[in-house]
Ligand binder design. Structure first.
Ligand SMILES: Cc1cc2nc3c(=O)[nH]c(=O)nc-3n(C[C@H](O)[C@H](O)[C@H](O)COP(=O)(O)O)c2cc1C
Length: 185
């Protein structure tokens, strides 16, 4: 078994995260891993925002809270603000679509998503925990605007990153018979 297979077979997303967040040296390596995502025509149709520290995370919380209706109760705003504080670092994955005669948007989004997967795996291999989340916030225009996305960009997800405070219970993994078949049969 190779080290890569071993890492894949033993990985799990971890929702319970605490400080310390990945350090600068780790970040450099994991983003280099993300940049190995297969990429049709080498468009590099992805970028990432690293949000770390109390002030930055609370600013992200304000952006989340801004999606509430004007008449929403303060409790609803507070709930959204808290979502930004689930980890000491949030990495926002962004697909930056470009016009290309042979590479449709969907392929560029897929490349950006693979990059997120590589990033998550690399963080885990470096000894940190991570959890890829989306939800309505990832698709809300006010969040895109608040984070400075252009019209050609979409959020692929929020990668919550940090040190694992306690491991989540094991997730059942499907048997290959359930999702692999030969064609034609
Ligand atoms: C694009 C994408 C978005 C996701 N969004 C959420 C989310 O908003 N909330 C959540 O609890 N899990 C979300 N997940 C699932 C978790 O990241 C995780 O994969 C799942 O809990 C299974 O855990 P595992 O990675 O250990 O198999 C998302 C996964 C993907 C790929």
């Amino acid at each position: 078994m190779t080290a890569v297979m071993d890492a894949l077979l033993n990985r799990a997303s971890e929702p319970r995260l605490e400080a310390p967040a990945p350090d600068a040296e780790t970040l450099e390596k994991v983003f280099a891993c993300a940049a190995r995502a297969p990429d049709h025509a080498l468009l590099r149709p992805w970028r990432y925002l690293v949000i770390e520290g109390d002030a930055a995370l609370s600013a992200l919380g304000d952006v989340f809270a801004s999606t509430c209706d004007d008449d929403a109760p303060e409790k609803a705003r507070e709930k959204l603000r808290k979502k930004a504080l689930r980890a000491p670092m949030v990495i926002v994955g962004i697909a930056s679509h470009q016009m290309h005669p042979k590479v449709p948007e969907i392929e560029q989004t897929m490349s950006a998503a693979v990059g997120m997967g590589f990033l998550l795996l690399a963080l885990e291999a470096a000894g940190y925990g991570g959890m890829w989340r989306t939800g309505d916030l990832a698709y809300h225009p006010d969040v895109a605007k608040g984070l400075g996305l252009g019209d050609h960009e979409i959020i692929t997800g929020f990668l919550y990153a940090g040190s694992v405070s306690s491991e989540k219970p094991a997730v059942p993994r499907p048997h290959q018979k359930e999702f692999v078949s030969r064609w034609p049969q």
